[in-house]
Design a binder for this molecule. Sequence first.
Ligand SMILES: [Zn+2]
Length: 556
Amino acid sequence: MKKISTLLSVAIFVMACKAQEQPKVSETTEKSSYYFTHKSKLVVGIIVDQMRYDYLTRFYNKYGEGGFKRMMNEGFNCKNNHFNYVPTKTAPGHASVFSGTTPKYHGIIANDWYDKDLKKSVYCAGDESVNPVGTTSSAGKMSPHRMLTTTFADENRLFTQMRGKSIGVSVKDRGAILPAGHSANAAYWFYGKDQGDFISSTYYMNDLPQWVKDFNKSDAAESYLKPWDTYYNIETYTESGTDLNDFEEGFEGKETATFPYDLNVLKDKNGGFDIIKATAYGNSIVADFAIAALSGEQLGQDNDTDVLTVSFSSTDYVGHNFGVNSKEIEDTYIRLDLDLERFYKALDEKVGKGNYTVFLTADHAAVDVPAYLQSVKIPAGYVNTKEERAQMESFLQNKYGANFIENISNNQIFLDRAKIAEMNLELEDVQEALVNEIIGYQNIYKAYSATTMSTTSFPIGLEALLQKGYNQKRSGDIIFEYNAAYISYGRKGSTHGSGFDYDTHVPLLFFGKGIKHGQTFDKTEITDIAPTMSALLDISFPNGAIIGKPLEFVLD
Ligand SMILES: [Zn+2]
């Protein structure tokens, strides 16, 4: 025993001397090269705006092998993945996916919201302190400054001493800006009207890089001003409703919401180049631009992991316009599948198979057109918000002799707190009285005061979703939710925003480096995605990611 321990200590001594003899620099290089060669060179985070989970299965037989199916066949499919807060809207969705937290912490409580201090509505990405780049339009005055926490792309920037890049791409500014985070190298979004270019802001740069200028000069947008017809024979689209029905809005200048749509003819009455965003081609141009970004930004070419965020937003415009059961939606997803295939092939070529990791999810889902649901006897309907507000105001007038409502937006009521204090009333009492009043309204299903949200903990159910969406500093005095499938929207087209399953259930697919093959029906939540990516890269979690957890079962 003594011999062994003597031998051991000699060995340890020799090893220690050897280690000391080695120059420190090569020791670190050796360790880091092992570490970094086992890391993903590029993480691609894809958001498909308004994608319901069932689009993966409903249109499955129409998809090719290289897009959605490639992710399902090679990667991991979380089939019971949900948003865990209200409101299920674009800006909170993008912020939550990449920051691993909810509006409660990241502060993006809606797309536009009423700012209590400024006493006016603000836009999630609007920033008067920056200037447009690549356009003279105020569409370029954007930054992520209203988001209060970091995204995993920010943490990757910090970890790599800013060597790992973060680039965000989308047709929507908020779809490009929020995911890429505060420290992003660039976010690029599409500006339509009479221009048809990808633009940015001085938050990121003073001038567009040459590859973006070249892309814009190549008349990429002009090439999509062409007829949009179904990719396959429309007769084979048996997974969606009839093309001609009462539930679709369609485009200005065309009598019926039926294929084909000639964008070159319709463009003048539909916002010029903006019409591209509202068709399947909006996703194609984003795929083109994302592919150009791989070379343009030299993504995934060295040992520092880069992050590319891509948001396909045209799916949302098409859903709002034609509804989730339309032929237009089916064709948009068939074409998006082909765009994804093209994008993944480019990643294989430029970054290399097995060198990159992709996840794909949505920022929210959407409800079937309520008028359609009614036609098949499913409870659904429409809310008249003007009438509702008038009813609230007359209640307050009768009870207090004053109207305290400053603003109603995103199912939140903002009260005039100064006036309430002036009249020596307790804020909580006014909140509670209004909650008790509106819960009696036919279409309002849930209503809670800010005081309740701040003092009561709701672990499950719709209340928990409302609470995770409630931001103590930014949210209103009362939050409410309508009955399932009741919306404040026109009778044509779909929308979203609630805590019901049709709005919360979205795809979550992972594939590539570090990802197992498999699937699960275990419930996963949108706030798990960023911690999972942080775990994949073995870096710090986003700083507000105190709700989500890494999905260990998807990691190799
Ligand atoms: Zn939308």
